[in-house]
Design a protein around this ligand. Structure first.
Ligand code: SF4
Ligand code: SF4
Length: 253
């Protein structure tokens, strides 16, 4: 029996009278509340199989719907109660695609805090499972690829190219993708940090850690920003990485 929070029940299915007396007994308010049954005929069990087949989706099978994840989730508790990890898993397992689609506007709001995964008593990797659900929905064209995926790809491109995170390029390259004018160096055509139409808030944000940085580390960072060195033997490892990514079907470069 699935748990159904009140917020998940369509208001038109809830019958409740503020004042009601039957045979002299006062049954006002929630004492007379009735939830009308719902006919469900849009099951798609292949959807669940597709989620399990995703590299991040396998642990969905362990879920026993205790709702610890939802109770822990800051997005559910402080932003919008429609964001409900337990309920998304429930809908995915039953293949209730239409219900998932109704919630598509909130489903990608996860902030990856991993509280849900930490608290889950059944070892479900909740945040990953949610990503798997979203991925299957996107593959089926039910939703557009979630916006954060664009950054994920950009991030992965950077790691794939250098074998490590190239902070300056990542930050200022992303800013360029958002439509800001950046200045690029004439040889490597990479954005030069802090120059061009970079917004003031970003300059301040990026400058704060620089102020407290050890001088050696600062020089190292500046060198990386200018010359973009790769990790040693990265080209060999890159080929292996590429093969694994293709096999997993996670992302092909
Ligand atoms: S905490 Fe774990 S077992 Fe409980 S509902 Fe969430 S995912 Fe399922
Ligand atoms: S990782 Fe996402 S789903 Fe899990 S608790 Fe944090 S915001 Fe909620």
């Amino acid at each position: 029996m699935a748990i159904h929070e009140r917020s998940l029940v369509d208001p038109e299915r809830v019958l409740r009278k503020d004042r009601l007396v039957i045979d002299g007994v006062d049954v006002s308010g929630d004492w007379n509340l009735i939830i009308l049954p719902r006919v469900v005929n849009d099951y798609d069990l292949e959807f669940y199989d597709e989620v399990i087949a995703q590299p991040e989706g396998k642990t969905i099978v362990n879920c026993y719907q205790c709702s610890y994840c939802t109770a822990s989730c800051p997005v559910h508790n402080y932003w919008d109660e429609r964001y409900n990890p337990r309920h998304f898993i429930y809908l995915a397992r039953l293949g209730l695609i239409d219900e998932l689609q109704k919630r598509a506007d909130v489903m990608w709001r996860c902030v990856s805090c991993h509280k849900c995964t930490h608290r889950c008593p059944k070892g479900v990797l909740v945040e990953e499972v949610l990503k798997a659900i979203l991925r299957v929905m996107a593959k089926r064209g039910i939703i557009e690829e979630y916006p954060s995926k664009k950054f994920d790809k950009f991030f992965l491109d950077s790691v794939y190219e250098y074998g490590r995170i190239e902070d300056g390029e990542l930050l200022f390259g992303w800013i360029e993708k958002q439509g800001y004018q950046v200045v690029k160096d004439p040889i490597l055509k990479k954005p030069i940090p802090f120059i061009g139409g970079v917004p003031e808030w970003l300059k301040e944000l990026a400058a704060k850690p620089l102020k407290n940085m050890n001088i050696g580390f600062l020089i190292l960072n500046a060198k990386h920003m200018l010359f973009h060195p790769r990790t040693k033997n990265w080209n060999k490892f890159k080929q292996v990485l590429r093969k694994v990514m293709e096999e997993e079907g996670v992302y092909t470069h």
